[in-house]
Each structure stands twice: as structure tokens, then as C-alpha cells.
Design a protein around this ligand. Structure first.
Ligand code: UAG
Ligand code: ATP
Length: 511
């Protein structure tokens, strides 16, 4: 059973210069539970006060059995002793890891960061390593969290990277369930909020970066966004970098500051004019890009890359040329963790990711894709790819954009539509407290309507239905933005929504 003594906590906090004061007299006192939500407190619990905290939550925690609290502020009315720290998020992460006996030491971890491709790459990697390690690979992704082999060990995730206490709880459960590796996604917010403070990864991957998540409640500037993402490399024993992304110099030198060049692997698409200041370890080229799959040739260039033994031709079961880079990153990380080429081949060919390039074919209408693209980078990648695949057909997109956050996504979506779509239906996507029609108008402001047919249909299902039923053979239709979500965020509520995939599945039956 997980436990921690006051002495262990104070020692840990002191080592990290986090402790300001402790009102606890007995150093040998031991807690059997830790929690940051008062509703989850049971007997003999250490309670963390963090975030937008209200004193009433501490009263609630006391009533339910908390024996001490940890906080950046002392609460004079509290009846239980306080441990006062100068950074509660860092303290909570360290104490959580210690409480669960540092589960990361028994769970070699591959961590992905990047603006786009984290979930897809994490799924590719899990599929490969599941072959190598008989499915004993845990997963922490935006979609699902997997901590064991049974159905009850697979749960839907709330965040891309969970709160530290939840993350270490999951890792502990994974170890208890006999899982022997972890593949996880790490968001920039996870670093901003110290959700992964003190956690080291065996392999850390930087997939790419483009402006996103900048604004109220997220990152004040792009520099801050980049800095947070780069922290993954500082905390990784081996770093894997994508040569085709922007800011490579910055990213490479951040990796090199704490990692020997021998433990840095760089991959990139083969190009005649390839010239970088860094050695490319692996290059790859497309043999086939089709509407349903890709095939690549992966070539090891440097000696250390050759030692991984994964040169070869691979089929990738998810379409989109940008998924080739995701697949290569996954092949390299999996090989670093012991996967054989046959495992890589199987995993890349058989991965599917809910809401990412899900394909629905019709008999006499177009081909429909459900995809999570919701900013310029992703929508541009998807539409640009499909446009090249449909020389004689029309590319139609159905999309909206979220309210109350990511305001600059609206311009980006409009730009991506203008560049590569022939037709767009603007509709509703998590409007929060905003009017979806006004959001759509902002997207429309950036669409060149002399070349793109545009229509606003507020009801998302109606927009999808019209686009799909009116499509002709050879046309490509992308239902973008919501991916696997089955709710619409409206005025603080998650209003149930049938889901893009379900709607499309039902529609194509008769077509
Ligand atoms: C801004 C931000 O990071 N907020 C996160 C943070 O909120 P918070 O600490 O302020 O929590 P709160 O909900 O206001 O409540 C304050 C505290 O009181 C406690 N409480 C509350 C009620 C009660 O009755 N009793 C009680 O004890 C809560 O458990 C909490 O500890 O901690 C919560 C979990 O402890 C997170 O759910 C929440 O994420 C919000 C919802 C969120 O959506 N964050 C997004 C921006 C995010 O992190 N996204 C990234 C992906 C984006 C990227 O790629 O960068 C992600 O990793 O998912
Ligand atoms: N390497 C890539 N480059 C550009 N676009 C990509 C890439 N990989 C995936 N995409 C696009 O981005 C969308 C989201 O992909 P995925 O969920 O794998 O990324 P993510 O980093 O987890 O995203 P998010 O942070 O938004 O959850 C996909 O549906 C696809 O449209």
C-alpha cells in the first residue's frame, strides 16, 4: 500500500528548496492517502490546496478525514496542521511520486510533445511496443489512459497530461498491473503548471511547434510556449527531434545542453537540398501516399542509427503525408525500447486513432474523413494532402472553432480553407459562451469567397448531412475539429452530441 511519512515529505521538500514552514510535530506520522480534491478525501489523508482554491474546500477536506494540508498559504482557521511551501504544484508532483514509491523507476517511459501529432505518435508507439511486450504498455494520451490489460483499466482522459497526483496514481496502477512501459503525451501546459515536475523520461520526442495555445489561461507568448515544450528534452535521457520542423536550432541546443549528441536522434524527410547544421540520423521518403494509407522507405544514415536495425519499407495504416513523420518518430522510439522491425511493421500498419483521419467510404458519393484538425497547422496539413489526392474531385470541409479560447485559430482555419478547400460549411464547435455564428463570421473573414463556396449551418449534424449527401464520387469531405468528442461545450456545460464519426457512419450506410 502506498504511504509516506512526514519526515520523508519534509526531507524531499527541503532538498528541492520548497519548504517554508511545517506545523507538524510528529516526523514519524504516516499518511495513507493524498488528494487535491476535497471530495475525494478519506481518512488519514494529506490534502493539497492548489489552483483556484477556496477555504471552504479545506473545511470540507477536514470533515472527510484530512490530517494535514499542504499549501502556499497558511489557513489560520484550519484545525489540522499545515505544511507551507513556495510552489504547491512542484511540491505536489514530488510528494505524489514519493507517495507511490517513484513508479517511473519501474516503467521506462517514452514522452511526446509537439503542437501536432502527439496522440497519433503515442498510438503508433503503443501499437508497436504492444507487439514487443505482449500488450504490457501503459498509455497516457488525450483520448484514453491505459493502466492495465482489463477493460476497467482503460478510461477516457480529461487532459492531455493529467495533474501530477493523477499521473503518478496511474503509473502506480500500471506497475501494479504488471505493465512494463509507458507511452505518454506531455503538453506545454503540463510544464507551465508543473504537472510533470521531477519526472524524467527514457526517451523524449519533440515532434514540431507552430503557434497555438497562446492567450488567456494558456501561454502569454510563443517564446513561453516553446520554452515549456523544450523542458521535455531537458528531462529526457535520449532525445528524438524532427529536422523538418521550425526552430530546430533552438530545440537542438536545448537537447544538447543536457544530453550527449550520441543520445540525440534526428529524423527528416529525404530532400535533395538537405542541409542542416546537425547530423540527420534517419531519413525517409514516401513510396506511396494514397487516400487510405502510406508507404515509406526508412533509411538509417549514421552508425548509431544503423545499430537500431530498422531500415526498411513500412506501410502506415493512417493516411496523410504528415503521418509519415509521426510514424518515423514512433519507429525510432520503439526501437530504442527494444522493438524489432517486424513489431514496427505490424504496429504502423495496424494503428487506428479515434477521430484522427478516420475513413468512411461510400458507393456512389465521396470519401469522408473525420479528423481532429482544429488549427492552421493541422487543417492545412489535412486539406493540402487531400487536395493533392483529388485532382478531379471537390474538397469540402465542415468546421467551426471553439469559443472563449484559441481566438487566433479562427484566422488560421480560414487561411487553411482558402488555400486548399473548394467548399466549406461553417458550423458549431464548442462555442462556450460565444455565438457560433459570430465565430463562423470571423473564420469567413479569412476565406477567399471568390474561389471557395461557403455556407453557414449552425446545426453541426445538418451541416455534415448536407456535405456528405451532396458529395459526388471522387469528392473528399473532411469533418474537422471535434475528432472523437461526443459533446459540445456550451455555456459551461458539456452538452451531449452524437459525435462526428457516428453521424457519418449512419449517413454512409445508404450511400
Ligand atoms: C488553467 C489550468 O491549468 N487549470 C487546471 C487546474 O485547475 P485548478 O487547479 O485551478 O483547479 P480548479 O478546478 O479551479 O479548483 C481548484 C482546486 O480546488 C479543488 N476543489 C474544487 C472543488 C471542491 O469541491 N473541492 C476541491 O478541493 C480542485 O480539486 C482544485 O485542486 O487543475 C485542474 C486539475 O487539478 C485542471 O483540470 C485544470 O485544467 C483546465 C480544466 C484545463 O482545461 N486546462 C487546459 C488549458 C490544459 O491543461 N490543456 C492541456 C492541453 C493543451 C496543450 O497542449 O498545451 C492539457 O494537458 O490537457
Ligand atoms: N505531424 C503533424 N503535422 C501536422 N498536422 C498533424 C500532424 N499529426 C497530426 N496532425 C493533424 O493534427 C490533428 C491532431 O493530431 P493528434 O491528435 O495526433 O495531435 P496532438 O498533438 O495530440 O493534438 P492536440 O494537442 O490538439 O490534442 C490530426 O487530426 C491531424 O489533422
Amino acid at each position: 500500500m502506498a504511504q509516506i511519512t512526514v519526515n520523508e515529505i519534509l526531507t524531499l521538500l527541503n532538498e528541492h528548496h520548497l519548504l517554508l514552514d511545517s506545523q507538524f510535530s510528529s516526523l514519524s506520522y504516516s499518511f495513507d492517502q493524498i488528494a487535491y480534491n476535497s471530495k475525494l478525501v478519506t481518512e488519514n489523508c494529506l490534502f493539497f490546496c492548489k489552483g483556484n482554491f477556496k477555504a471552504a474546500y479545506l473545511d470540507d477536506a477536514q470533515r472527510r478525514g484530512a490530517k494535514a494540508y499542504m499549501s502556499e498559504t497558511a489557513y489560520s482557521n484550519a484545525e489540522i496542521p499545515g505544511i507551507i511551501v513556495n510552489n504547491i504544484q512542484k511540491a505536489m508532483s514530488l510528494v505524489s511520486a514519493a507517495f507511490f514509491g517513484f513508479p517511473q523507476n519501474q516503467l521506462p517511459t517514452i514522452a511526446y510533445t509537439g503542437t501536432k501529432g502527439k496522440t497519433t505518435s503515442a498510438y503508433f508507439t503503443k501499437a508497436i511496443l504492444d507487439r514487443t511486450y505482449q500488450r504490457k504498455v501503459a498509455l497516457s494520451s488525450t483520448i484514453n489512459t491505459v493502466v492495465g490489460l482489463e477493460q476497467k483499466d482503460v478510461v477516457k482522459s480529461n487532459l492531455t497530461t493529467p495533474e501530477s497526483l493523477d499521473l503518478f496514481t496511474n503509473m502506480h496502477r500500471a506497475v501494479e498491473n504488471g505493465m512494463n512501459h509507458l507511452v505518454m503525451e506531455v503538453s506545454s501546459q503540463a510544464y507551465k503548471k508543473n504537472r510533470v515536475y521531477g519526472l524524467h523520461y527514457d526517451v523524449g520526442v519533440f515532434l514540431n511547434i507552430s503557434p497555438d495555445h497562446i492567450g488567456r489561461n494558456e501561454h502569454p507568448t510563443f517564446a513561453d510556449y516553446l520554452h515549456c515544450k523544450e523542458q521535455l528534452l531537458v528531462n529526457s535521457d535520449t532525445c528524438v527531434l524532427n529536422a523538418d520542423g521550425t526552430h530546430l536550432t533552438d530545440i537542438y541546443y536545448t537537447a544538447k545542453a543536457t544530453t550527449q549528441p550520441d543520445n540525440i536522434y534526428i529524423y527528416g524527410r529525404q530532400r535533395a537540398d538537405q542541409e542542416t547544421d546537425y547530423p540527420i540520423d534517419f531519413d525517409y521518403r514516401s513510396v506511396e501516399d494514397s487516400l487510405t494509407e502510406n508507404q515509406i522507405v526508412l533509411t538509417a544514415i549514421t552508425e548509431k542509427a544503423k545499430r537500431l536495425g530498422i531500415d526498411g519499407v513500412y506501410r502506415i495504416g493512417i493516411p496523410g503525408d504528415y503521418n509519415e513523420g509521426n510514424a518515423v518518430a514512433s519507429a525510432i522510439t520503439s526501437a530504442l525500447m527494444g522493438a524489432k522491425p517486424a513489431d514496427v511493421a505490424y504496429g504502423l500498419a495496424h494503428t487506428t486513432v479515434p477521430g484522427r483521419m478516420e475513413i468512411y467510404q461510400t458507393q456512389s458519393h465521396g470519401t469522408i474523413y473525420v479528423d481532429y484538425a482544429h488549427n492552421y497547422g493541422s487543417l492545412h496539413s489535412v486539406l493540402d494532402f487531400l487536395k493533392k489526392q483529388a485532382p478531379n474531385g471537390k474538397v469540402t470541409v465542415i468546421t467551426g472553432s471553439t469559443g472563449d479560447k484559441g481566438i487566433d485559430r479562427r484566422e488560421g482555419l480560414g487561411k487553411a480553407i482558402s488555400e486548399s478547400a473548394d467548399q466549406a460549411y461553417l458550423t458549431t464547435d464548442d462555442p462556450a459562451t460565444e455565438d457560433p455564428k459570430a465565430i463562423a463570421a470571423e473564420i469567413a473573414d479569412h476565406i477567399d469567397q471568390t474561389r471557395v463556396n461557403l455556407e453557414y449551418i449552425a446545426d453541426r449534424k445538418a451541416a455534415i448531412t448536407k456535405a456528405v449527401t451532396e458529395s459526388k464520387k471522387g469528392d473528399l469531405v473532411v469533418v474537422a475539429g471535434k475528432g472523437h468528442d461526443n459533446y459540445q461545450k456550451i455555456n459551461g456545460q458539456n452538452v451531449p452530441y452524437e459525435g462526428d464519426a457516428t453521424i457519418v457512419q449512419n449517413l454512409v450506410k445508404g450511400l
